[in-house]
Write a protein of this length. Structure first.
Length: 458
């Protein structure tokens, strides 16, 4: 674990060792968990989704149990806990989850709502605990190291599958290399959902003079960018390109306004190399090239999106929201969709194909929670992004900028793909929200301690 790079592990207090171990396991294990099944000596199925949910829930509550046991004995952490609880963003998040409970009243399948609400309850508790703990940098870097180490394995397996299929990792039809995620969309969204966090860790190592670690992290980031390009997810291509442009543009703007060139010396060449490698694979790898060409067609005729499968799901989600003020109930989009197929009812829904999700998290949230729910959700996320950018602007720390960029990547992914519909990805997304909360709180505390006047975001 990364804490070993800072302090000899044996010198840490027992409580800190427990928290570091549980934190590391919480972020390292879930992406790697899957359950294959055999029949008559043959691998016949692999369950990728639910094992990750079980891993997140079990490890999260083990971590939370240790956290609550320890925090009540620590005055400083207890003060930070009350500050997080009093934070207005936490209030809005809590209000949104209570609203989700309200929408479950009209669910066709109440068990599906309970399935979602149980996850949101865990994530609310995790958010509060992580914001408190991650204001101590060593714990945040332990989590970042765990995520990065886990995706080293995910990426290595995925690249190996391009050369040799693995019999007990049966991919869902599509690209043959989705690693431990099962399909190109979950795999690409998961890789993209942490690559800027890895760059944040590389930046920290570089600024601390740990050049060996920084070089190793940079090579891993390049391998992940290459792997991402082979997964053929157009949404990930779009989100990666836009987020990378945001990072480079924001960095240059800071350089021009604040005359701080140091933040670009470490990651600038690495990111440019990554962009070039990513682009080279897109134009030279035939499957990826084909996906890019399909995207270009939509750019030439944007109206064509409205009659595509995603456009159809979006329009029918609007139909759901227009006919139900509070939506059809959290977790119930797939069950309600057959009833609300107002537009192109036979597209992607027939005897052979049945749509289970909206292929866009905002569209699905609209259908399940109605227009008030979508308004609350977008306000929550917009506020978090504004906090992240504001923190990066005031601290001039590349780590803060890259965490904000990671949140932006998630928000872009959610436009056209089912990200938070999947349990592990929802957990990863809320973890980034907690990082934003912790970095924002740390920045404000430092200003307050220095006696510098400041005002809250809202």
């Amino acid at each position: 674990m990364y804490c070993l790079l800072l302090t000899p592990y044996s010198l840490l207090p027992t409580a800190s060792r427990i928290l570091h171990v549980l934190l590391f396991l919480l972020f390292f294990v879930p992406p790697l968990v899957f359950v294959p099944g055999r029949f008559q000596g043959q691998w016949i199925f692999v369950n990728y989704r639910e094992p990750k949910l079980v891993a997140v829930q079990v490890l999260a509550w083990l971590f939370l149990t240790a956290f609550w046991w320890i925090v009540w004995k620590d005055t400083m952490r207890l003060q930070r806990l009350w500050a997080v609880i009093r934070d207005r963003w936490t209030w809005l998040l809590t209000g949104f989850i209570l609203y989700l409970c309200w929408t479950a009243r009209q669910a066709l399948v109440i068990e599906a709502s309970f399935y979602e609400l149980a996850q949101y309850w865990t994530l609310l508790n995790l958010y509060i605990a992580l914001v408190v703990l991650w204001q101590e940098g060593t714990y945040l870097r332990t989590a970042l190291a765990a995520i990065s180490a886990s995706f080293v394995i995910v990426t290595a397996i995925g690249l190996y599958q391009l050369w040799q299929p693995i019999s007990f990792l049966i991919p869902i039809p599509g690209p043959v290399n989705p690693s431990t995620l099962g399909y190109k969309n979950p795999a690409s969204l998961a890789v993209l959902g942490q690559i800027f966090l890895l760059l944040s860790l590389v930046s920290y190592w570089g600024q601390k003079g740990r050049w060996g670690l920084a070089m190793a992290g940079g090579l891993i980031a390049l391998a992940e960018a290459a792997y991402l390009a082979t997964l053929q997810s157009r949404t990930s291509y779009f989100a990666f390109a836009v987020t990378m442009a945001f990072v480079l543009g924001f960095s240059l703007y800071l350089l021009w306004r604040r005359r701080r060139s140091g933040i670009l010396k470490i990651l600038g060449p690495l990111m440019l190399t990554g962009v070039m490698l990513f682009g080279w694979i897109l134009v030279s790898y035939p499957p990826a090239q084909k996906r890019v060409q399909m995207t270009v067609e939509y750019l030439k005729e944007p109206a064509g999106f409205l009659t595509s499968d995603r456009g159809t799901y979006l329009r029918n989600s609007i139909c759901m929201a227009n006919k139900n003020l509070f939506g059809v109930g959290i977790g119930n989009w797939g069950f309600a969709y057959p009833v609300y197929r107002c537009f192109q009812p036979k597209k992607c829904f027939n005897e052979n194909v049945q749509a289970r999700r909206a292929h866009g998290d905002y569209a699905q949230m609209l259908g399940e929670t109605g227009w008030p729910g979508l308004l609350l959700w977008t306000a929550l996320l917009g506020w978090a992004l504004a906090r992240g950018i504001r923190t990066a602007w005031h601290t001039l720390e590349f780590e803060s900028l890259l965490v904000a960029a990671q949140l932006l990547a998630f928000l872009l992914i959610m436009l056209f793909d089912y990200c938070i519909e999947m349990p592990y990805h929802k957990f990863a997304f809320f973890s980034v929200l907690a990082m934003i909360g912790a970095l924002s709180a740390s920045s404000e505390n430092k200003k307050d301690q220095a006696g510098v006047g400041w005002t809250r975001l809202i």
